[in-house]
Design a binder for this molecule. Structure first.
Ligand code: ZN
Length: 58
């Protein structure tokens, strides 16, 4: 089975710096949040300026 890694660019909500993150599918909707919430699938991102934010897959 072929392993395909899709990525999307997300902007840090604090400084606007763009990070590229792996996503489950190419057409997934990403919701960027500056805090963690206990639902769904998400990824914790650290931007280049040391901000932490969370991206949810919808
Ligand atoms: Zn940032």
């Amino acid at each position: 089975m072929e392993q395909v890694t899709e990525t999307q660019a997300v902007a840090c909500p604090h400084c606007g710096d763009t990070s590229t993150i792996p996503v489950p599918t190419a057409d997934v909707d990403l919701q960027v949040r500056p805090y963690v919430a206990a639902f769904g699938e998400y990824r914790t991102i650290d931007c280049a300026n040391d901000h932490t934010f969370w991206v949810y897959f919808c």
